[in-house]
Design a protein around this ligand. Sequence first.
Ligand code: DSN
Length: 412
Amino acid sequence: MGYENLKRGDKVVYATMLKEIERVNTGLELIPSENFPSEATLEALGSVFNDKYSEGYPGKRYYGGNKFIDVIENLAIERAKKLFGAEHVNVQPYSGSPANMEVYLALMNPGDTFMGMKLDQGGHLTHGHKVSFSGKLFNAVQYGVNKETELLDYDEIRKTALEVRPKMIVCGATAYPREIDFKAFHEIAEEVGAISMADIAHIAGLIVGGVHQSPFPYIDVVTTTTHKTLRGPRGAMIMCKERFAKDIDATVFPGMQGGPHDHVTAAMAVAFGEALKPEFKNYARQIVKNARALAESLMENGFRLVTGGTDNHLILVDLRSKGVTGKEAETALDIAGITVNKNTIPYDPRKPFDPSGIRLGTPTVTTRGMREAEMKQIGKFITAAIDAKDNREKLEEIRQEVKALCQPFPVY
Ligand code: DSN
């Protein structure tokens, strides 16, 4: 991309952007919820579709001039339906947290009981944490993973559901390295008369690629962001069975939001078009292969991984045997040009600001074309950087090696 106008118009933003491009090109982004969308997607995002107000839905807008916005929104909806096999799609939620809030407000009343996964065992703030609206407005009953296996325990979840009789059961995670059994979740929900909801933000691209069980046709309502493994713009959508469509749509607009971000919708349409192509399946498969290769490399280098490995795009490393905290590891890796995030591990004895683990993922390195051989190398870099956490000189040396590894795989 040329950025010629930005270069002339705002030197500070331009210069900072160049630095960010350099950082991304020469370092490894291993945050599992991030990705690099295509330039076509970014062009749609920075386009004329930024400019319009279009409150309402295609064919029923509150402002004039929405003929082409309707085309774009319908296109995004139709492509999303085809990708996931969803009955109804709303592409207007601004992001994942608003999407989840919209579902809860559409289908529950404040004070109602729902079940969601504990944040510190792999869930999300909006799945019922006490500091989030979800734990404040509703009676959130939180489930976790089994202490021994570190896996979701469906018998235990069922037992809790039979006890508390929730109005909704939410599944989905941000730090769970194994496959989620959506069918099992839906069956539990059906048994107790609850609505089943899945937040598939992390694994949407893997579902499209056929390398993770799909929540369709089981789950009643599915939310996802569009910028993680799905590799689109930063945004979200809600997919649901037709019988929930009216309530969901009315809660998104006018219930919660104003004008939709049509530039994001346009970029979603582009990204969904890309995800419909056969190449996307290869991409999704490679994300998982890369995660497995990176997991193996880390285990060979003496790390314990939560659940002993991964089935998806994500690895949760337990650092306790190395005598390093998550914060220390994140800082050392940052100096070495490897971006990860500190993360709690299940039943973590430490606090979330400096927990016992780090979370890694392979969506971005796979997008830039890296394969198993590079993963093996990345595993060695991570090990060397963590071992050298207090040795600035050594970390700078690793940083140069990381840069050399990245050189044949530019992002921008
Ligand atoms: N912030 C996202 C993640 O990193 O998993 C979840 O919203």
